[in-house]
Design a binder for this molecule. Structure first.
Ligand code: NAD
Length: 426
């Protein structure tokens, strides 16, 4: 199998066809600046000791301290973390945030650990990466299966090590520990603003648009609810256990409440009260991706649409809320079918944007209202979406390539400002 990082690099190669970048800058962007692998010993509740593999990768810091989430998942590998750090580099540049890209992860199934064990693991991870991170070096945040409480433990541990309260070292923290209002919903909110900005350009109306969403977590469930309230018909959603499909549309707010109570989507429909009045079908995650809907939103994990299933995808519009849900081989197939893909580095950038707002608030010690956060997020996302749309129209390329071109120009300027071969020769 091709490595995720080399797959990610293919997007870079494609965008380079449209941007004149000096060779030095291209060379710099091909590999991460630094990758750290750690073994984290954790005393388990039964007294035994387990050692978990963890990673932190700082991909490029030409535009500022690096920024990116920490993921707890059984499939975490160094390759995955490096490719996620690559995407973060471009995502921060797409949104014009003063950050480079990073990512972290620990290979484990967090559902098998108690809260006490998760706390010891999170603190142990920070003990080992403390010299690699910092408010002016690298700033972690939540990602798959990590949340505000885990970020709070991480910030607390870092502050203990440094002997000073350092809220700006981690974002996505609980509000009383210096978190920002609006951070929990920011990824979905950003995706929503992107969709709303593009709908008129795509000549579509919300109330005649059907949507299927893979993943019903922090990102997927919130975007489902925002779209539901805006009048879209959300007909299918799924989680790791499978999905449900109701062509007449799902009542997303009830589904979220039930999911929180039962922790499973299928249980909601098979055992809960909704079962009685919503005609539905149980579907697999693979079936969800192939539904005939207007908008498909992958909001779970990467590599969900590949050369193997791309030909079966029917949705004309795909908004990537997950990071890297479509690989580059699938990109070509989808493009040949006329399917428009709106890329992760734009669509899910709301999370890192409000993380940036959180970092700014931590450093200034002055905190904003929810309205201010959402207003600033909307302004930023709408502005960059408009610019990328204009680039795609001008170059006649996909929105993905346009987003990379947009980011590459900013990254190139920062890397080249330090001097390139041309400067030294002259
Ligand atoms: P989460 O842990 O809150 O939710 C993940 C969801 O995916 C859960 O509903 C889970 O059941 C489901 N899932 C797991 N494996 C699955 C599978 N094989 N098939 C279908 N569903 C599956 O995570 P999240 O924060 O919502 O992140 C989801 C995606 O969004 C990830 O790709 C993440 O990198 C990306 N993202 C998240 C943020 C953020 O701020 N949370 C920001 C940017 C990007």
């Amino acid at each position: 199998m091709t490595s995720l990082l080399s797959d990610a690099n293919q997007r870079l190669d494609k965008a380079l066809q449209y941007v004149t970048l000096r060779a030095d800058a291209v060379e710099r962007l091909k590999m991460p600046k630094a990758s750290l692998t750690v073994s984290i010993p954790v005393r388990m509740d039964d007294g035994s000791l387990r050692v978990f593999q963890g990673y932190r990768v700082r991909y490029d810091d030409s535009r500022g301290p690096t920024k990116g989430g920490v993921r707890f998942h059984p499939n975490v590998t160094l390759d995955e973390v490096q490719s996620l750090a690559f995407w973060m580099t471009f995502k921060c540049a797409v949104l014009n945030l003063p950050f480079g890209g990073a990512k972290g992860g620990i290979t484990l199934n967090p559902k098998q650990l108690s809260k006490f064990e998760l706390e010891r693991l999170s603190r142990g991870y920070i003990d080992l990466i403390a010299d690699f991170i910092g408010p002016d070096i690298d700033i972690p945040a939540p990602d798959v299966y990590t949340n505000a409480m885990i970020m709070g433990w991480m910030m607390d541990q870092y502050s203990t090590i440094r002997r000073q309260i350092t809220p700006g070292v981690v974002t996505g923290k609980p509000i009383p520990m210096g978190g920002s209002l609006g951070r929990e919903t920011a990824t979905a909110m950003g995706a929503f603003f992107t969709i709303q900005t593009l709908m008129p350009k795509l000549e579509r109306q919300p109330n005649s648009t059907t949507v299927a969403i893979q993943g019903f977590g922090n990102a997927g469930a919130v975007i489902a609810e925002l779209l539901f309230h805006a009048g879209y018909r959300v007909v299918a959603v799924s989680d790791s256990q499978g999905g449900i499909y109701a062509p007449q549309g799902l009542d997303i707010p009830s589904l979220r409440r039930q999911k929180e109570a039962t922790r499973g989507l299928q249980a909601v429909y098979c055992e809960g009260s909704l079962c009685n009045w919503v005609e539905h079908q149980i579907i697999s995650n693979a079936e969800l991706l192939e539904l005939q809907v207007d908008i498909l939103i992958p909001a779970a994990l990467e590599n969900q649409i590949t050369a193997e299933n791309a030909a079966q995808i029917q949705a004309p519009l795909i908004f990537e809320v997950a990071n890297g849900p479509i690989n580059s081989a699938a990109d070509a197939i989808l493009e040949s079918k006329g399917i428009q893909v709106f890329p992760d580095i734009l669509v899910n950038a709301g999370g890192v944007t409000v993380s940036y707002f959180e970092w700014v608030q931590n450093r200034s010690g002055y905190y904003w209202s929810l309205e201010e956060v959402n207003q600033r997020l909307q302004t930023k996302i709408t502005h960059e979406t408009e610019l990328i749309w204009a680039t795609a129209q001008e170059l006649g390329c996909s929105m993905r390539t346009a987003a990379y071109v947009h980011a590459l120009k900013r990254l190139g300027e920062a890397i080249q400002a330090k001097g390139t071969q041309e400067d030294y020769q002259s």
